[in-house]
Design a protein around this ligand. Structure first.
Ligand code: NI
Length: 255
């Protein structure tokens, strides 16, 4: 039983064959999923999927790449969805310095406002961090995000950043890059993180694990991430699946 804590089954690459993709996930032992919405189009679709399937949950937030587009109404809307019974977290939110559509200062402001909202509604947060590790950790500390905790999604930082996040009640989630042949850093970091604070995810359709790198990713492939984690930890796949699923259920408050 695996919990894919970050899927985007709510976007176009799955429009044609979503049903088959979900079936393959179930055959692969993926029994729970968190569908992440990040803008005006993808948030309603995440909620819709979570309402349609018992084993799907939703997270709602505003992506840092599009921070410049977020209005006060958007934030109020996200707040209104926070009380939906299948919404388990706010996000993804964070900082993305790879793309320059939204200036850094705008990204930081939109990130701060969402952290403050999460504290208000008492939900954990899902963090998107691309090339912004230190600024993310600084901002989470400044805003006392540890009061709600959450997930460092598809973590790519070093051990020092990971430890700062662990100190703030965050879980560290690894995806496809953990399986890449040349990925030394995530493997080193994953080895050092206690099993009780690790999660697995796909971030599908992005970041497909080895040997599917470059292809469309899907939730069934989270098993490959869990197998890699098991190898790094000297544990069985079953042990990794059981612990990471328990961790995610605890974080999302799913009984
Ligand atoms: Ni994502």
């Amino acid at each position: 039983m695996l919990f894919d804590t970050h899927v985007h089954l709510n976007i176009d690459p799955f429009a044609e064959d979503r049903e088959e993709v979900i079936e393959r996930a179930q055959e692969a032992g993926v029994s729970l999923m968190n569908v992440v919405g990040f803008d005006r189009d993808t948030i309603p679709k995440a909620i819709e999927l979570a309402e349609m399937y018992e084993f799907m949950y939703a997270s709602v937030g505003w992506h840092p790449v599009d921070a410049i587009d977020m209005t006060d109404e958007d934030l109020d809307w996200i707040k209104s969805l926070a009380s939906h019974p299948k919404v388990v977290a706010l996000g993804e939110m964070g900082l993305d310095y790879h793309w320059d559509k939204s200036p850094k200062e705008v990204q930081k402001e939109v990130f701060r406002r969402q952290i403050q909202l999460a504290k208000e509604v008492n939900l954990p947060i899902v963090i998107h961090d691309r090339e912004a590790h230190a600024d993310i950790a600084d901002l989470l500390e400044e805003e006392k995000a540890g009061e709600v905790g959450g997930i460092m999604h598809c973590f790519g930082g070093d051990l020092e950043i990971a430890k700062r996040c662990l100190d703030m009640n965050f879980y560290i989630s690894f995806g496809g890059p953990l399986t890449f042949k040349n990925a030394k850093l995530p493997k080193e970091v994953a080895k050092e993180i206690p099993m009780e604070r690790l999660l697995v995810e796909t971030d599908c359709p992005f970041l497909a694990p080895h040997p599917y790198r470059g292809k469309r990713n899907e939730p069934a492939f989270v098993r490959l991430v869990a197998e890699q984690m098991a190898a790094l930890k000297g544990l069985s796949l079953e042990e990794v699946a059981e612990t990471t699923t328990r961790n995610a259920k605890k974080l999302f408050d799913i009984s």
